[in-house]
Design a protein around this ligand. Sequence first.
Ligand SMILES: NC(=O)c1ccc[n+]([C@@H]2O[C@H](COP(=O)([O-])OP(=O)(O)OC[C@H]3O[C@@H](n4cnc5c(N)ncnc54)[C@H](OP(=O)(O)O)[C@@H]3O)[C@@H](O)[C@H]2O)c1
Length: 285
Amino acid sequence: MRPQNNILLSKVLLGCYANGFSNLISGSQILRGFNETAKLGFSAMSGDNLGSQPRSPLRNYQVVVAATREMGIGKDGKLPWRLPSDLKFFKELTVTTSDPHKKNVVVMGRKTWESIPLENRPLPGRLNVVLTCSRSSDITTGENVVICGSIPSALELLADVPYCFSTEKVFVIGGGQIFRETLNAPGCEAIHITEIETRFECDTFIPFIDLSCFQPWYTSKLLVENDVRFSFATYVRVRSGVTACPSNTKAKSTTGSPNCNNFEVKDFTFLPRMILERHDELITK
Ligand SMILES: NC(=O)c1ccc[n+]([C@@H]2O[C@H](COP(=O)([O-])OP(=O)(O)OC[C@H]3O[C@@H](n4cnc5c(N)ncnc54)[C@H](OP(=O)(O)O)[C@@H]3O)[C@@H](O)[C@H]2O)c1
């Protein structure tokens, strides 16, 4: 086993401590899954189509976020805007599965978890993975709540049994600290962003989308609700790594029709069906 594999394994064993975790997955199961996948290298794969394929040590994921032009996402531990249609979109996107026997996963930081009203958490119909570095956190775990100590350990846990079979798509849903680590990272296959055009004061910001790796898949028309102007957009990863193109380019300045000849990635079936079918709605603002 290579040294970095050892480090990852330690992170899994030390980093994941779900309530009743030993009932779900044992250390030897992790080890077995890890050994299998370690031999196969570190190529990431989509959460779908895991059935007969060799498992990857890290699950890929999609980011769901609402952000201003300046990439502001929060203020005083809350969302700065009230957009019921965005919450509806978020729910539909993250709950819907193509296999009725599977659930999707939402991965979030401890502060985002705490920002969800008690009566609404865990987010129903989804496996909630909460990230915290604190071993003594008072997060109430249960059947649909897993606590992990790092992002790699969470993605590794989700790549292994039982979650690789019982879950379909993995959505990273915030907040700022978690997006800063995941937004443009190699495992991020797509970014579903609600682009808030109205100005809001924010105290939590995330990086701009790296347009050397991501291209728009679709952009909705401009919508207005509660005096807030916004649109829905999805960006897909078209290149596996950073190229010579300038990185951290402002996403909103280049919305336009993607040139498929420039795509390294050709298969976008990892996208949720409701997004996959919207490719024709790509609108140049
Ligand atoms: N607009 C949007 O789409 C959106 C979405 C979600 C949230 N938000 C907003 O974002 C704000 C919250 O964001 P935030 O940055 O303050 O907090 P956050 O990212 O939700 O949570 C931060 C906490 O997560 C844990 N954490 C962070 N990185 C970790 C890692 N690598 N490994 C393990 N645990 C890790 C730590 O918990 P411990 O301190 O317990 O160790 C840390 O204090 C709120 O205003 C919320 O409303 C906006």
